[in-house]
Ligand binder design. Sequence first.
Ligand code: ZN
Ligand code: FE
Length: 256
Amino acid sequence: MHLTPIPAFSDNYIWALHDGERALVVDPGESEGVVAWLRRQNLRLETILITHHHPDHTGGVAALREATGAQVTGPARERMPEPLRRVGGGDEVNAMGLRFEVIDVPGHTAGHIAYYAAHAEGAPLLFCGDTLFSGGCGRLFEGTPAQMLDSLSRLATLPDDTRVCCTHEYTLSNLRFARAVEPHNADLAAYQRSCEALRAQNFPTLPSSIGLEKRINPFLRATQAEVVRSAQAHAPGQPTDAVSVFATLREWKNVF
Ligand code: ZN
Ligand code: FE
């Protein structure tokens, strides 16, 4: 089974899995790049998974379904390109011989879901849309800081070697912010250098892993002493519980 990010727009990835014959794609915001990729590899698109309703994740669904007859699965509680199978937390999706568990991750949007396959060739696989990014997290368009923190905390309980397939190449800008929050985190400094080298050659920084994100992503580290101190320095007088620190980080990042 091969995992590959198909670049779209300026910084989206449409994650694709294939076994040499059949293919699955996640959040196809546009269809042209996917159709070209399918044709080049001589693949049949079988499955489309959607994490949330934003157009840069759904814009190519109708055209791809039309062109390939692929089965579409998406979140139960969001506006979606019909027809599709609607799923929510705890549901199972079987595709490409893998069993994906659906995880509710509200915050970026109210009905955002993620897809997790515990038993994939190599290491577990997570398609998390715009919830967890490498070094960052999605903006809170429809959810509260408490909801997003809860969603991220759920993802952080997945095995350390889980491959984290995020939908945007935001890593370098996230890491610049992360360094401001945790200037003394040596893992973070080393990771930033390796990501800068990758981007200099136009390689993706993704997938990341849950183990790595727990060491470098400030949004998963709202209880670490240096993160709490930086949040306090940025917004003096705010409470120091995890939700308040997380909320401060999210607002700070919005204007960083
Ligand atoms: Zn989005
Ligand atoms: Fe997006």
